[in-house]
Each structure stands twice: as structure tokens, then as C-alpha cells.
Write a protein that binds this ligand. Structure first.
Ligand code: C2E
Ligand code: CA
Ligand code: CA
Length: 723
């Protein structure tokens, strides 16, 4: 007898439990003791009825049955066993040896058949082998079951994942996609399988998405992550943002996907997940927007403006291009804000923003810099003229009144312009210089634009010393008046002289108006400067008039501050009379912007002067308001065509058209016209052909001191004679 341990590999817990059933007590006892000798756990049942009771009560691994028993026989017990404990095997131990009985027993589920009287060794071997087979069978079942369970588990995990899970073949076609895709994007997993993944990529991301899949060095340890937009199906929401993580599957370790589920028999080469990050994106976008925009006007804020400017400068430097920075400051905003309240002020800022935005081209950046200040970046311009045109457009756009509730308000804008690279090599310089230029517009009557020039920014230390010097200059008579001839181009006679101030600085040499007039205006010394110039000019030109040049005209420039002074007319006339200067020989030069600042007041003053015989000229005509409505309502005698238009007379540039228009208009209004800045014979001929006969410029000579001018008065000038 083998004394080996019974095989109970499956349970590996306890000895196998065996139920032994026989109505013959001796046989039952001997069977039981034989099995117990092999350490099986044996239960005895004397008869079928008792066996069925035991089967109901506890479980067995194997039953050894007699077939022929009274009342409840072996077949009945097998039937009962099959229904209650299908896992329990049965071996028939019977004296019945008919074919019919054996086959019936086997059909009922008996695993083996041992004939009585049995050979103990044979019986034990059969029991052992049946138990062994059974455990093997059970362990197979167990694995199968575990597999099924784990597959179900994986399917569960995959489908209830918060992300889309997918597999692609080597060409990027879907082999598998979990059901999440339906709730997230509206596709059925089955319809996508076999389709290329670009089918669901937003068109804008196709190139990026396709490229990413083929990127080198991606693996499970180093997956590829990228953000793309995926299309939603049908008329669902807008496309959504996903973060895709994907890596190639090692073909050694991954089986072919089967047709079951959503696979389609293609070989999976990539595994990936797609996480919906739309909300995060939207939150980010909003935070970003807040950080970089002004929420009132929705314009870029200072930080974003600086970012864009920085980029634009880098680009312009590389491409050797120009760019313009404008600094805009609203005129009269503070008054409106204070009188109508902040709510109205806010509405006004929004309305202003809308109008300004309409003047811009794609690529320009308008930003709210703070309060009523705006900055504008024109990233690529060809020349100053481009910026000039935009500045004019902006000024014009704000000219019409704004309706705020029942209030109609007027705001103007002062614009300072700095051009890269002339006005500054870096961002801070460009902004600062545009600001300085804007300040000069404010100082010279507001509502207009100016380009930055170096003379505008004298550093503070320099400024203080210059201011002190200027006060001294007034006391010590260092200011000089130079005269530039205004010549009749047909007769070549000097018909007028424009008085232009110069400063003979003891250390710095001869200074020009641009070097000190802005400072004079800021410090309000301009009134004294002008008084000095007018005094000197009345004296000089008065002498020449009395010497025989009765028609000689004296043109003087007036600053807005002077004209806006309430006692302007009296002060001016007192001075003129003090020198006995004939008013009809005097022409004052003022700018368009000055007039528009306070049309009522100014036109009143001009009318008084005109009535006294003084002539009025509009200086730098064409650079300010393009509206000409006011001209025929004002006592104006002369238009001075700005130098920039004259300069543009070169082989029929656009600027020349403006000259044509201004001259035609002046003729229509019966106004005199003086062209400034005439430097070449070509310009002179062009102007003469248009019927503009009075010119001023280097062609006939620059402004010169009184003694130099005296000699040429009334004479044909040398340059002109040669022409
Ligand atoms: P503006 O009234 O437009 O004067 C014309 C300027 O152009 C003068 O510069 C003159 O020297 C210059 N110019 C004349 N012909 C030519 C030319 O052919 N080519 C070029 N490139 N330039 C030419 P300036 O003397 O430096 O005066 C600059 C500005 O200063 C004047 O512009 C005027 O607005 C102001 N200004 C001059 N004197 C006075 C003054 O006594 N009082 C006031 N309030 N302003 C003055
Ligand atoms: Ca002038
Ligand atoms: Ca001028």
C-alpha cells in the first residue's frame, strides 16, 4: 500500500472528503477503513436516503456509490448529487455488471465503475486518479473563470475610465476605442474602428497630431503628450481640448486584438489615452485674459502691450523695418469723469475704444495703458507718413460728439509718436519718447499729434540749467531774430519776411527753436520770448518799411498759449502800436489745432485783429484738421503749405496730390498761399505750374540775421537769377 499523501492539489487545504454509500454495513465499513488508511476524510451512509441527507448538509469531493439499494438507489443518489453538488465526482462500486447498468451509471455522471468484490489497490488507484483529474479539471475551470473575471474587470476599468482609451494600428487607424468616446464626443466606438484618427482631429491640429505619432524616441517609459482639439459629432458643442498621451506597443508583448468587442483584427501598434482638458483650458484662457487685458475695454493691458512691442522690435530689427509706437491721452476726459461720474466715464472709455479700434489694421495693437491713456503699436510701417495717416484717422474718429445718456460730450486726443529705430532702440525708450511727444502736443494746444524728436527730451538736470539759462537769456538779450524771405516766384522779389527766433547761447552756440521752445512753453516763458521777438521784428521790419519797402510783410509765429490768453489782442496791438508798426504789414501765423481748441473764442479774437488790418495765416496747413469747414467762417488770408507736402513733390508721389488739392482749394477760397520748405528748382517749377507763386525755403535762402537780410531786400536773389 502506498502511504503517500492523497492528491488534493486543488484544494491543497484538507484531505479530500469522500462519501461512501452502501446498504451492506460490512462492506461499507471495510471501504471506509480502506480509504481512511490513506487519510481521506470519509463519511459513511448506510443507504441512499441517508446519502441524500448528507449531501444536503455538507459538500464532498467524491462519492463512492453502490447501485442497488432499497428505496433510494445509486442512480437516485447520483441525480441528487448532480443537482446539489455538481463539482463532486462519483465512482460506482457495484456487483451489477450488465452493460445497461454500467452505461446508465456513466451517463448519469459516474466517473468510473468498480466491480465488486473490488481489489483494494485498484480501488485506491481509481479514487486517486479521479480526484486528480477532477482537481486538474477544476483548476482549468478556475483559470478560465479567473480569465473571464479579469477580462470583465479590465473591460470595466477601460470603459469606466474618465479618459478615452484607444489603440491605433501602425498607420494610425483605430483598432480599439472605449465607450467613453460616445459620451465625450458623440461617436460610436464601432464606427471609428478602422478609421484614421485624423478623422476626429480638429483641422487646425491635423498636422501636429500626425507628426506627433511619428515622433522619434517615444516609448511606454517616454510617452508622447500633446494637446489637440477633437471634433465633436453632429451639432454638439464646440470642439473640445484633449491632452493625448500615446506610446507604441511592443509587438512582442502585445497580442493581436481580436474581433470581439471593438477591435477589427488590425494589429495594434499604439496605445493611448485622451483626457478632456477643455475646462482647464477655458479657465486658463480666462485667467490669461484677465492677466493680459483691461476688463473694462477688453483691450490688451500694459503687460501684453509690452510683450507685443518687444516681439515687434525684435522682428523689425531683424528685418530692418520701422515700427511706430503711439501714446494717446484723451483731452477733457478728467472733466467729464468728474462732472458726470465714473459710470459715465467708463462708458465713454468703452465708446472711445470702439471708435479707435475701427481705425486699426490687422496686426496693430491698441492697449489701455491706464486711466485715459492708450498706447498703439503699428508693427510694420514704411515711413512716417503711414503713422501720420493713422494718427489723423484716430483724431478724426474721436471728433464727433459722444452721446452719454442725455449728455453730448466732446473729447479730443493728443497723440505722441515715436518711430523705431530713430526715436529709441528699445521698448521703454519708445514708450517714454512717445509719452514725451504726447506731452508736447498737450503743451501746444492739445488735440493733435507729434513725432518725437531728440530735442524734446532734455534730461531734468539739463532742463533745469536750460531753464535758468533761458531766464538769463531774456535779461541779457541773447535771443535773436532771424528772417527768412518769402519770395514771389514770378518776380523774384522778396514780399515778406518770417521772423524766426534764435538763441545765441554763451556756451552752446546758436540754438534753434526746437532746442528751447518746448521748454519755454512748459515753463510759460514763451510769452516773454514772443514779446521779445515781436519787439525786435517790429523794430527791424518797421525800419525797412520806412526805408521804402512799404509792402514788406512781417510774419510772426504765435504760440497757442499766447493766443489763448484773455488779453491777447490788446497786448499784441499795444506792442505793434508802440513801434508805430502798420498793422496791415503784419501777418500772424497760427496752427489749425489752436483754432479748433476753442473755435468760438479764437475766431472772435481773430476777427478783432482782422478788423484792425492784421493778416492771419494758417501755419503748417494740412497737418492738423482735414476739416476745412471752418476756413471760410474765419478771417483767414493765407495758407502756408506744410514742408512735408512740398518735400513729397518728387516724381509724382502721393504728397504731391495734397499740394495740388490745397492749392486748388486756396484758389477757390481766394486765399493767398505760401509754400514752405522749397529747396529745389523742381519743386519751384511744380508749384509755379500750379499757380502757387509765393514760396519760402532754402532755395531762396534760410533765415538770416537782420543785417544779412537788409542787403537782399527788394533784389532778385542770386539763386533765383540763375534759375
Ligand atoms: P515754422 O513756422 O514752420 O518755420 C519754418 C521752419 O522751417 C523754420 O525752422 C525754418 O528755418 C525751416 N525752413 C525754412 N525753409 C526750409 C527749407 O527749405 N527746408 C527745411 N528743411 N527747413 C526750412 P525754425 O526756424 O527752426 O523754426 C521751427 C519752428 O519754431 C517754426 O516752424 C515755428 O513753429 C517755431 N518758431 C520759430 N520762431 C518762433 C517764434 O518767434 N515764436 C513762436 N511762437 N514760434 C516760433
Ligand atoms: Ca511759421
Ligand atoms: Ca510752418
Amino acid at each position: 500500500m502506498k502511504s503517500a499523501q492523497p492528491d488534493h492539489s486543488l484544494s491543497s487545504r484538507l484531505p479530500a472528503r469522500i462519501l461512501v454509500v452502501d446498504d451492506e454495513p460490512r462492506l461499507l465499513a471495510s471501504l471506509a477503513s480502506l480509504l481512511r488508511s490513506r487519510h481521506y476524510d470519509v463519511t459513511e451512509a448506510e443507504g441512499g436516503r441517508r446519502a441524500c441527507q448528507l449531501i444536503d448538509r455538507q459538500s464532498y469531493d467524491l462519492a463512492l456509490l453502490d447501485l442497488r439499494m432499497p428505496e433510494v438507489d445509486g442512480f437516485d443518489v447520483m441525480a441528487h448529487l448532480a443537482s446539489r453538488q455538481p463539482d463532486c465526482g462519483a465512482i460506482v462500486v457495484s456487483g451489477e455488471s450488465s452493460f445497461a447498468a454500467v452505461s446508465r451509471a456513466l451517463r448519469r455522471g459516474a466517473l468510473d465503475y468498480i466491480r465488486k468484490p473490488f481489489d483494494p489497490e485498484e480501488l485506491l488507484a481509481t479514487v486517486e486518479s479521479v480526484l486528480g483529474k477532477q482537481s486538474l479539471l477544476r483548476s482549468h475551470e478556475h483559470i478560465q473563470m479567473r480569465l473571464e473575471k479579469s477580462e470583465a474587470l479590465h473591460r470595466y476599468i477601460v470603459n469606466s475610465s474618465p479618459d478615452i482609451v484607444f489603440m491605433l494600428d501602425g498607420d494610425g487607424h483605430f483598432c480599439f476605442v472605449n465607450s467613453k468616446i460616445e459620451t465625450m464626443l458623440g461617436y460610436q466606438p464601432q464606427e471609428l474602428c478602422g478609421r484614421h484618427f485624423r478623422h476626429i482631429l480638429d483641422d487646425r491640429d491635423v498636422a501636429r497630431g500626425t507628426y506627433a505619432l511619428n515622433a522619434p524616441n517615444i516609448s511606454a517609459d517616454n510617452p508622447r503628450t500633446l494637446e489637440v482639439r477633437l471634433k465633436t459629432r453632429g451639432s454638439r458643442r464646440a470642439n473640445r481640448h484633449f491632452e493625448i498621451t500615446a506610446f507604441p506597443i511592443d509587438p512582442e508583448t502585445w497580442p493581436r486584438t481580436d474581433d470581439e468587442g471593438h477591435g477589427n483584427g488590425r494589429e495594434a501598434r499604439y496605445y493611448g489615452t485622451a483626457r478632456d482638458v477643455t475646462e482647464r483650458k477655458e479657465a486658463e484662457a480666462f485667467i490669461n485674459f484677465q492677466a493680459y487685458h483691461d476688463l473694462l475695454t477688453r483691450l490688451p493691458n500694459r503687460a501684453l502691450f509690452k510683450d507685443r512691442l518687444e516681439l515687434a522690435i525684435t522682428h523689425a530689427r531683424r528685418e530692418n523695418q520701422k515700427l511706430a509706437v503711439m501714446f494717446l491721452d484723451l483731452d477733457r476726459f478728467k472733466v467729464i469723469n468728474d462732472t458726470l461720474g465714473h459710470a459715465m466715464g467708463d462708458r465713454l472709455l468703452q465708446a472711445v475704444t470702439q471708435r479707435l479700434e475701427r481705425c486699426l489694421r490687422k496686426g496693430d495693437t491698441l492697449s489701455r495703458f491706464g486711466g485715459d491713456e492708450f498706447t498703439l503699436l503699428l508693427p510694420s510701417i514704411h515711413n512716417h507718413e503711414d503713422a501720420r495717416q493713422i494718427a489723423r484717422k484716430l483724431i478724426k474718429a474721436l471728433r464727433a460728439p459722444f452721446q452719454l445718456g442725455e449728455h453730448e460730450v466732446f473729447v479730443g486726443v493728443s497723440i505722441g509718436i515715436s518711430i523705431f529705430p530713430e526715436a529709441g532702440a528699445d521698448m521703454d525708450q519708445l514708450i517714454q519718447n512717445a509719452d514725451i511727444a504726447m506731452y508736447h502736443v498737450k503743451a501746444r494746444g492739445k488735440d493733435g499729434y507729434r513725432f518725437y524728436s531728440e530735442s524734446m527730451s532734455i534730461d531734468t538736470a539739463n532742463r533745469l540749467s536750460l531753464e535758468r539759462d533761458l531766464r538769463l537769456a531774456l535779461e541779457r538779450d541773447q535771443l535773436k531774430v532771424f528772417y527768412q524771405p518769402q519770395v514771389c516766384a514770378t518776380s523774384n522779389r522778396v514780399v515778406g519776411l518770417e521772423a524766426l527766433v534764435r538763441w545765441q547761447h554763451p556756451k552752446r552756440g546758436l540754438l534753434y527753436p526746437r532746442d528751447f521752445l518746448p521748454l519755454a512753453e512748459e515753463t510759460k516763458l514763451i510769452a516773454r520770448v514772443s514779446e521779445r521777438v515781436l519787439d525786435q521784428a517790429c523794430r527791424d521790419v518797421g525800419n525797412w518799411i520806412r526805408a521804402g519797402h512799404e509792402d514788406l510783410r512781417l510774419a510772426v509765429n504765435l504760440s497757442p498759449m499766447q493766443v489763448e490768453h484773455p488779453r491777447f489782442v490788446e497786448t499784441l496791438m499795444d506792442q505793434v502800436r508802440a513801434h508805430g508798426f502798420p498793422p496791415q504789414n503784419l501777418e500772424i501765423e497760427i496752427t489749425e489745432n489752436l483754432i479748433m481748441n476753442d473755435l468760438e473764442q479764437i475766431s472772435q479774437k481773430l476777427r478783432e485783429l482782422a478788423d484792425l488790418g492784421v493778416r492771419i495765416a494758417i501755419d503748417d496747413f494740412g497737418t492738423g484738421y482735414s476739416s476745412l469747414n471752418y476756413i471760410h467762417r474765419l478771417p483767414i488770408h493765407t495758407l502756408k503749405v506744410d514742408q512735408s507736402f512740398v518735400r513729397a513733390i518728387r516724381g509724382g508721389e502721393d504728397g504731391a496730390c495734397i499740394v495740388n488739392a490745397i492749392i486748388a482749394m486756396a484758389h477757390g477760397l481766394k486765399l493767398d498761399i505760401v509754400a514752405e520748405g522749397v529747396e529745389t528748382g523742381e519743386q519751384l517749377t511744380y508749384l509755379k505750374n500750379l499757380g502757387c507763386h509765393q514760396v519760402q525755403g532754402f532755395f531762396y535762402g534760410p533765415a538770416r540775421p537782420a543785417d544779412a537780410i537788409a542787403k537782399s531786400l527788394g533784389h532778385v536773389t542770386a539763386a533765383a537769377a540763375a534759375f
